[in-house]
Design a protein around this ligand. Structure first.
Ligand code: SF4
Length: 264
């Protein structure tokens, strides 16, 4: 961890996420000089400052393009992109499917509190229908989007969900995401105690994916991804190794060879 103390509200779910990330990094013995954490803007996007690593606090919704550029230029680094539901599912949503289908080796952790916390409580793309806030005084009329279904449909090769109140399980999911060679997307239910306290609700709704769920079964993963009455936790999907898939295996991107083309 860095010397900076988190300035989140006491009880914010993001504390549990930070603790889980730290546990995963320690378990994998990732050296701070080999790690870069990229974020956009929002309460959760402050997270890179609280870790000892390279940190990029970019602009709203643009964590993914920055992370993709960084990983392309420095494939030797472990790259994580972190942020909230406003950042990844609203202004930054256009980047998500394309980053997922490129399948670069990036671990994405979205702390979803279904509200805009930093700007003091407006409805977000994952707020439920009927949600009353200052931006939707008559109740949210649109349906919440299903983040896991979007990334699964886009070709993400590792998709999981955790809960900030269960940091041990969350640390295991983040560890598995970091170990996965490809685009790993981890959706975290991370309540905002100040503007939309969902702890009690989530504790009633979460359950672990059945032990017989096969993470290589994309149809089954999609079935659980669109479930909204309850909230499954665990690894929804993990693509089998590329070598085992039909068709040619793409070669890894050679940054140096690419840059050499522009040398005179
Ligand atoms: Fe966390 Fe909400 Fe406070 Fe932001 S406003 S730090 S999301 S509890």
């Amino acid at each position: 961890r860095s010397d900076l103390k988190p300035i989140w509200c006491p009880g914010c779910g993001d504390f549990g996420v930070l603790a889980a990330i730290q546990q995963a990094l320690v378990a994998l013995q990732i050296n701070p000089k080999d790690l870069a954490v990229v974020s956009g803007i929002g309460c959760s996007s402050r997270l890179p400052g609280f870790l000892q690593a390279y940190g990029l606090h970019t602009v709203h919704g643009r964590a993914l393009p920055a992370a993709v550029g960084l990983k392309t230029a420095r494939p030797d680094l472990t790259v994580m992109a972190v942020g909230g539901d406003g950042d990844f599912f609203s202004i930054g949503l256009g980047h998500l499917p394309h980053a997922a289908r490129r399948d670069l080796d990036i671990t994405v952790i979205v702390m979803d509190n279904a509200i805009y916390g930093l700007t003091k409580g407006q409805t977000s793309p994952t707020s439920p229908r009927g949600h009353v806030t200052k931006s939707t005084p008559y109740g949210q009329s649109a349906q919440p989007l299903h983040p896991l279904a979007i990334v699964l449909a886009s070709g993400a090769s590792f998709v999981a969900r955790g809960f900030s109140s269960q940091p041990k399980q969350l640390a295991e999911l983040i560890k598995a995401g970091l170990e996965h060679r490809g685009f790993a997307f981890i959706h975290v239910l991370s309540p905002c105690v100040t503007f939309y306290d969902t702890y009690k609700l989530y504790k009633e709704l979460v359950y672990n994916l059945p032990a017989d769920h096969d993470p290589s079964d994309l149809d089954a993963a999609m079935h659980y991804a669109v479930e909204s009455d309850r909230l499954p936790l665990g690894i929804f999907y993990r693509r089998p190794p590329l070598e085992s898939l039909p068709g040619p295996t793409p070669k890894p991107f050679d940054t140096q060879a690419y840059l050499n083309r522009f040398r005179v």
